[in-house]
Design a binder for this molecule. Sequence first.
Ligand code: BEZ
Length: 387
Amino acid sequence: MRLIETCLIAAAATLAAPLASGQTTAKLKVGLMLPYTGTFTALGNAIENGFKLYVAEQGGKLAGREIDFIKIDDESDPAKATDNVNKLIKRDNVDLIVGTVHSGVAMAMAKVAKETGTLLIVPNAGAGAVTGPMCAPNIFRSSFTNWQPGYATGEAVAKRGHKRVVTITWKYAAGDEMVGGFKEAFEKAGGQVVKELNLPFPNVEFQALLTEIAAVKPDAVFSFFAGGGAVKFVKDYAAAGLKKNIPLYGTGFLTDGTLEAQGADAEGVLTSLHYADSLNTPRDNAFRLAYAKAYKQQPDVYAVQGYDAAQMLAVGLTAVKGDIGKRAELVAAIEKARIDSPRGAFTLSKSHNPVQDFYLRQVTGKENKVIGIASKSLADPGRGCRM
Ligand code: BEZ
């Protein structure tokens, strides 16, 4: 090793070392691995905005440490995920990773995080495996497991008296697991899923499947789509003339962050989710105002999940005075935390996943309005991953 390199490394070590007060002050490197292109682009941007809003509210620092963001566009492509996450860890030397939206990409990220011990906070992707079979003390989620909103919607659809339902979704972990959760609750309550329709992610050629729905004539349709795909599905469903005869339900991703583009075609659509536009709590009102001021647009569930990922990190870092190397104490602090989320306060399950309420929402104008509670304090069924 050349002398100059030795000096630089020594200087870097001094910068990162705790002060006599025990406070670490060097900049924290946060890897943001999110979709910045493709059907989930808006979701990735909202997560980043939410995360940065919380940091800005803390004066630009978490636990005394300024933050350097290193961004990677994961393109919602599982085939590129391992390379992308390795770039952040090995090339960019990030201290932790926040990501991502797509379940298939998140599973590859979780595998690497588990192998390397890198702290990973998942701000959306709901793949059950991430906080189930693949879980690890260093992996947390600020969002949901796919099963949760599926199950909550299944209960709500059964309560509204529907008996025969067709499901439609993209064929990948998120779609499969949301339909799985829906079916579990709906069939437990006496309903029947008469047909399960799928198309590959991120395909949006819905026409043939909509023709099948018209032929089956179910009481209702349950769907999972998100982002650009959700906009097109809701518009195509209405254009096919199905909306007036067969009520459309979905997990809330179907109408979150999409209403501007869906317009009147989304009016009346019923969904359930752990967030809504009309919670009207002091906490959510303050968040919505700050977000609208900072970004000149309304927040959605993805922005909330990004914001809460930052809150979770702040809790852990504060407990260790910024020293992210003190892993056991950092993890214990997040595990014990009650996160004061705009969605309503939540705690984490044994598997590091939010235990939270699911709202039944109906689209009214440009809002997902709360019309009831679909499921109270719903926890993922994972067996736990605590240290
Ligand atoms: C997922 O792939 O897990 C997912 C993507 C968008 C919205 C919700 C879930």
